[in-house]
Design a protein around this ligand. Structure first.
Ligand code: ATP
Length: 594
C-alpha cells in the first residue's frame, strides 16, 4: 500500500473521478443483485399463487433496473477512464521532468531501454489498475458483502453455510498473490533488459556489423528472451495450479447449496423462490471470485510498476538547485574563477581524483585552451563549470558569486557546449541549428551557419535547411555534424562557449576559418577550447596543459613551445614532419602556421 501512497499525488487531484468510478460500480453491482430477488418474487408471489397480473410490473421493474444499472456503469467507465488517463499523463510529465533534473551522474549509469520501459509499460500498468483494476477489485468486495447480506436476508442458514467458502478462497488467493508478485517483478526487469538489448543493438548497429558480432548480440537477446519466456511459463504454472483449486471450491459451494437448499425446500424450511434466488446470488458472487486471481495479477503487476516508477521519481538529485537562487549580475563581465578545485566522480570514490588543486581565472574576451592526454581531466574542468557535477572541494565563481548559489537555469543558459560527438535531433537542419533559440530568423540561422562554415554544404543538400537529419545525424559526415552543432552554439552567442574537442573532425583549413569566425562571434565573451591538436588552441590567451588531473604547464603557445615539458613534446609529435618553432626558431628556422 506504501507504493500507492507514494503515487497518491498523481491520482488524488482527481479524487472526484476516483469516487465516481468506485461509487458507479458499487451501485451498478448492488442493482445487479436485485435481479435474483425479482426472480424470487416471480416464483413465490406470481407463479405459485397464479397471480399473473404481477408479471408486467416485475418486467417493468427489471427494465427500469437495467436502465439505472447501465447509467451507473457508464459513470464508472467514464470516471475510471478519466482517472487512469489523467494519472498516466501526470506521471509521464513528472518522470520526464525528473529526467531533466537528474544530474549527469545519474545518466552515467542509466540505461535508455530501462528508462523507456518505465515511461511506457510501467505507467501503462499503473494506469490500468488505478483506472479500472482497483474499482474491479472493490467490486468483488462489494459483491461478496452485498451478496452475502442479501443471502442472509433471504435465508440466514444458507447464507452462513455458503459464507464458509470465503476464507478458503481467500487463503488460496493470498498464496497465489505471494507466489506471483516476485515473478511479475522479474518480468518487468526482463522486459527492460530486452528493450535495452534491442535499443543498444540499433544504436550500435555499425559497430555490431563491422565486428561481425551479430551472433553475439543475438545470444544476448536470446538470453533475455529466454528469461522472459521462463518467467511467463512460471506465471502459467502458478495459474494452472490455483485456477482449478479456486474453481473447484466455487463449484463445490454451488453443489452444496443445491443439496442443502433442495432439502430445505422439500421440508418447507424455505420456498422454491428462495432457493432460485440464492442460487442466482451465489453465482453472482462466485463469478468475480473466479477472476480474483486475474485482479490480483493486475494489482501485483501495477504494484511492481509503481515500485519502479517511485524508484525513478524519488531518485536523489546530486546537483541541487540552491534554496535561494541568486541571479547572475546583470552588469557582470562574465569573469570565471576556479579556486583550488578538487573533484572525484560520484560513485567512483575508488578512482584517483579527476581534478586536483585546479586554479584558473578566465576574464571576458579570453580564450582558454585545455590540452592533455586522454583522461587527463579536460572535460571535467568544463563540466564542473556547468554544474553537471558539484566540486568535491574548492569553488568556482562567476563574477564573484559561487556558482552553487546561482540560479541553475540562468547559469546554464549563459553557457553553450559543443561536444566532439554532436547530437542532432531527428528534425530539419534549421530546427537543429535553432535549438535553444526557437525565435531565430532564417537570416540569423544562415548567418550562424556561415560562421560555422556549414552554409555551403547545407545549400548543396536536396532540401537545404529543410533537410531532415536522422536520429543521430545519419547521412552527414562527422565534420558536417560538428559544423551544425557549432552553428547552433554560435546562434545563441553565449557568454561562455565551450568547444570540447568539437573541431576534431574538421580539416585544419576549415578549423582555421571557424576560429577566425569564433573571434568575431565571441568578442568580449569567454571561450574554452579543449583539444588534442595544438592547431586547435595555439591562439588561445592561456593554455593549460593537463596530466592526470593536474595542471602541469600553463602559458601562451609561444612560451610553452620553448619550454621543456609535455606541451613541447606534444608539439614535436604533432609537427614531427615539419620544421618547428622551438629553439631552432631563433637560429633562423621557419615558423609553422596553424
Ligand atoms: N562520468 C564519469 N564517471 C566516472 N569517471 C569519469 C567520468 N568521466 C570521466 N571520468 C574519469 O575522470 C578522469 C578525467 O576524465 P575527463 O573526461 O575529464 O578527461 P579528458 O581529458 O577530457 O579526456 P578525453 O580527452 O579522452 O576526453 C578520467 O580518469 C576518467 O576516467
Amino acid at each position: 500500500m506504501d507504493i500507492f501512497k507514494g503515487l497518491k499525488q498523481f491520482f488524488w487531484p482527481d479524487k472526484g473521478f476516483l469516487i465516481g468510478s468506485v461509487l458507479g460500480l458499487a451501485i451498478a453491482t448492488a442493482i445487479g443483485l436485485v435481479y435474483p430477488l425479482l426472480l424470487r418474487a416471480l416464483i413465490d408471489d406470481v407463479i405459485k399463487p397464479k397471480e399473473f397480473d404481477g408479471i408486467m410490473a416485475l418486467a417493468l421493474l427489471a427494465v427500469a433496473l437495467i436502465v439505472v444499472k447501465a447509467a451507473f456503469q457508464y459513470v464508472h467507465g467514464f470516471c475510471g477512464g478519466r482517472l487512469g488517463n489523467r494519472l498516466a499523463y501526470r506521471m509521464r510529465n513528472a518522470s520526464y521532468d525528473k529526467l531533466q533534473k537528474l544530474s549527469f551522474s545519474f545518466y552515467d549509469q542509466a540505461r535508455t531501454g530501462d528508462l523507456m520501459s518505465r515511461l511506457t509499460a510501467d505507467i501503462e500498468g499503473i494506469r490500468n489498475f488505478v483506472g479500472f483494476g482497483f474499482a474491479q477489485l472493490l467490486n468483488t468486495l462489494f459483491l461478496v458483502l452485498f451478496g452475502f447480506g442479501m443471502m442472509f436476508y433471504v435465508d440466514w442458514t444458507m447464507g452462513l453455510m455458503t459464507l464458509a467458502i470465503i476464507p478458503v478462497i481467500g487463503y488460496f488467493a493470498i498464496r497465489f498473490e505471494l507466489q506471483i508478485h516476485p515473478i511479475f517483478r522479474a518480468i518487468r526487469i526482463a522486459i527492460s533488459k530486452l528493450t535495452i538489448s534491442v535499443q543498444e543493438n540499433i544504436m550500435g548497429v555499425r559497430t555490431v556489423k563491422s565486428y561481425d558480432s551479430a551472433d553475439h548480440e543475438y545470444g544476448k537477446f536470446d538470453e533475455g528472451n529466454s528469461q522472459y519466456k521462463e518467467n511467463n511459463l512460471s506465471i502459467a504454472a502458478v495459474w494452472a495450479t490455483y485456477f482449478p483449486i479456486i474453481e473447484f471450491v466455487a463449484s463445490f459451494s454451488i453443489a452444496l447449496l443445491l443439496l442443502v437448499g433442495g432439502w430445505r425446500v422439500i421440508h418447507h424450511h424455505m420456498t422454491l423462490g428462495d432457493l432460485v434466488s440464492l442460487n442466482g446470488m451465489l453465482g453472482m458472487i462466485v463469478a468475480p471470485l473466479w477472476t480474483l486471481g486475474f485482479q490480483i495479477n493486475n494489482y501485483t503487476m501495477s504494484k511492481a510498476s509503481g515500485e519502479r516508477m517511485l524508484e525513478l521519481l524519488n531518485r536523489h538529485v546530486d546537483v541541487q538547485p540552491p534554496a535561494h537562487p541568486v541571479q547572475p549580475k546583470p552588469n557582470g563581465t562574465g569573469l570565471i574563477r576556479y579556486h583550488d578545485v578538487n573533484f572525484r566522480y560520484p560513485n567512483h570514490e575508488h578512482q584517483p581524483s579527476a581534478l586536483t588543486g585546479f586554479d584558473l581565472t578566465a576574464g571576458p574576451g579570453s580564450v582558454i585552451g585545455l590540452l592533455g592526454g586522454t583522461g587527463s581531466g579536460k572535460s571535467t574542468v568544463v563540466q564542473l563549470l556547468l554544474r553537471a557535477y558539484d566540486v568535491t572541494s574548492g569553488a568556482i565563481a562567476l563574477d564573484g558569486t559561487d556558482i552553487r548559489q546561482l540560479d541553475l537555469n540562468a547559469l546554464r543558459s549563459r553557457t553553450a557546449i559543443v561536444f566532439q560527438e554532436s547530437f542532432l535531433f531527428s528534425t530539419t537542419i534549421r530546427e537543429n541549428i535553432s535549438y535553444g533559440c526557437a525565435e531565430a530568423t532564417q537570416e540569423q540561422i544562415e548567418q550562424a551557419a556561415k560562421l560555422a562554415d556549414a552554409h555551403g554544404f547545407i545549400m548543396e543538400l536536396p532540401g537545404g535547411y529543410d533537410t531532415i537529419v536522422g536520429e543521430r545525424g545519419m547521412g552527414l559526415s562527422g565534420g558536417q555534424k560538428q559544423r551544425i552543432a557549432l552553428a547552433r552554439a554560435f546562434l545563441i552567442r553565449p557568454q561562455v562557449l565551450i568547444l570540447d574537442d568539437s573541431t576534431s573532425a574538421l580539416d585544419m583549413e576549415t578549423e582555421h576559418r571557424i576560429q577566425l569566425a569564433l573571434r568575431q562571434v565571441m568578442e568580449g565573451r569567454t571561450v574554452f577550447i579543449i583539444a588534442h591538436r595544438i592547431s586547435s588552441l595555439r591562439h588561445a590567451d592561456e593554455i593549460l596543459v593537463m596530466d592526470k588531473g593536474h595542471v602541469v604547464q600553463r602559458g601562451r603557445h609561444e612560451e610553452l613551445v620553448r619550454l621543456p615539458g609535455l606541451y613541447r613534446e606534444t608539439y614535436r609529435t604533432q609537427y614531427a614532419d615539419r620544421p618547428d618553432e622551438l629553439g631552432e626558431d631563433a637560429a633562423g628556422g621557419r615558423r609553422v602556421s596553424g
